[in-house]
Write a protein that binds this ligand. Structure first.
Ligand SMILES: N[C@@H](CCC(=O)N[C@@H](CS)C(=O)NCC(=O)O)C(=O)O
Length: 216
């Protein structure tokens, strides 16, 4: 019997971020894999009226919004703490979570990665005008995240936090696009952080194909 059930689309960066939190905490969970667009089905909309993934189920408690899921899992599962207690590190974590939701998601993941990586797989047209308009905004995101990271091992300092887990799935996808490769190219420390995150066991355990296989 699994303690948590995570409903989500395996290729979604937000689903992966929630799964990463569960993995890093060593939680017992299973994935209820959804196909793209299943988040708009009436039965799912009853549970998540905004029609997004992921959704976490813990007994009779259901929770959506990835930051809320990560914070809840960190609070209730024993294992390494993923929220720094030192006020400046905590503020930085909150800031980077905000940057991810408000700027990285629209300008990088929706603005570029979706069209370059997902649209061709779904047979959808690629919106080149949207990509072109997103490039300068994506560049601003990357420059600012690189500045905040500096040469530290994790985005909030010396230890892993929820901000690393929320942000990294978006930047891993972005690095796989030509625009992302070009924008990231001068940011050596940020590229090294992406590589370190991708090498963690939690990231290996949450590759989209691994999550899909686990669900099956
Ligand atoms: N604020 C939400 C965002 C989740 C989100 O946008 N997920 C994407 C997949 S990565 C989604 O469900 N997209 C479907 C859509 O936009 O209709 C959260 O933190 O969980």
């Amino acid at each position: 019997m699994y303690e948590f059930v995570l409903h989500g689309v395996p290729a979604s960066p937000y689903t992966r971020a929630a799964a990463l939190g569960l993995e890093e905490k060593g939680a017992s969970y299973r994935i209820a894999a959804m196909a793209p667009r299943d988040e708009k089905l009436p039965a799912y909309l009853k549970r998540h009226p905004f029609g997004r993934v992921p959704l976490l189920v813990h007994g009779d408690f259901e929770l959506y919004e990835t930051q809320a899921i990560l914070r809840y899992v960190d609070r209730i599962v024993t294992g390494p703490a993923l929220m720094p207690r030192e006020p400046k590190a905590e503020a930085r974590m909150n800031q980077i979570c905000g940057i991810t939701d408000w700027y990285v998601m629209p300008h990088i993941s929706i603005g570029i990665s979706f069209d370059r990586l997902v649209a061709p797989m779904l047979g959808l047209p690629v919106d080149e005008a949207k990509i072109a308009a997103s490039i300068p905004r994506a560049a601003t995101c990357i420059a600012e995240i690189a500045r905040l990271l500096g040469n530290r091992p994790f985005v909030t300092g010396e230890s892993l936090s929820l901000a690393d887990l929320l942000l990294a799935p978006h930047l891993l996808c972005f690095a796989g696009t030509p625009e992302g490769a070009a924008i990231l190219e001068p940011q050596q420390a940020l590229q090294a952080w992406i590589e370190r995150m991708a090498a963690r066991p939690s990231f290996q355990a949450t590759m989209p194909e691994t999550l899909a296989a686990k669900a099956a």
